[in-house]
Design a protein around this ligand. Structure first.
Ligand code: URA
Length: 210
């Protein structure tokens, strides 16, 4: 199956991403830029949401007007950097429910270890957007989607800001049915599993923890 990867090349996204990459960009600007990018990503990712027509009354007349057919969406944030994408997305999709999955990277093997998992009760039949700014080795993304598939959502899309080719390949091998949306595909990974040229540790830059 051909990998379903969408790179969002919109100039606003690319410009904001460049600002985020810069080492001198401070926490508060990084956080604001990530939120702004997340809204632009949400706009692209929700492009195919189905519409239904409802009869409404404008100040002038009645008309059949388009509305979202189904508001049953759930956003799942991979802790902790996923939180940086979540807020902006929720502003565009305020009716979405929210789940969290906590995974940390075991520093020597870089494998994903789960420490938290909480979803809304009725995720079955909901469309799921899984968000994490960085798809690096793909280990966390694969582990998160493995776990989320157990809950039988109607569909899953994975949304990130930066992806590494190695991580994308691994993710696609494990989950060929899950489309990936990203703002850029970088060169690769360094020996610590960081994306190069990348933007550093997204969680640290988001929360000023380094
Ligand atoms: N996680 C990050 O925050 N940054 C990377 O470059 C890779 C994984």
């Amino acid at each position: 199956m051909k990998a379903d990867i969408t790179v969002i090349k919109h100039p606003l996204v690319q410009h904001k991403l460049t600002l985020m990459r810069q080492a001198e960009t401070h926490t508060q600007d990084f956080r604001r830029l990530l939120k702004e990018i997340s809204m632009l990503l949400a706009y692209e990712v929700t492009r195919d949401l189905p519409l239904k027509y409802e009869t409404i009354q404008t100040p002038l007349t009645r008309m059949d007007a388009p509305m979202l057919a189904d508001k049953k969406m759930v956003l799942v944030s991979i802790l902790r950097a996923g939180q940086g994408l979540l807020d902006g997305m929720l502003e565009l999709i305020p009716t979405a429910k929210v789940g969290h999955i906590g995974l940390y990277r075991e520093p020597t093997t870089l494998t994903a270890v789960e420490y938290y998992f909480k979803l809304p009760q009725d995720v079955e039949y909901r469309d799921m957007l899984v968000v994490d700014p960085m798809l690096a080795t793909g280990n966390s993304a694969v582990a998160a989607v493995d776990r989320l598939k157990e809950t039988n959502p109607a569909s899953i899309k994975f949304v990130c800001v930066l992806a590494a080719p190695e991580g994308l390949q691994y993710f696609h091998e494990q989950h060929p049915d899950v489309p990936v949306y990203t703002a850029a595909i970088d060169q690769g990974l360094d020996e610590h599993g960081y994306i190069v040229p990348g933007l550093g540790d997204a969680g640290d830059r988001l929360y000023g923890t380094k």
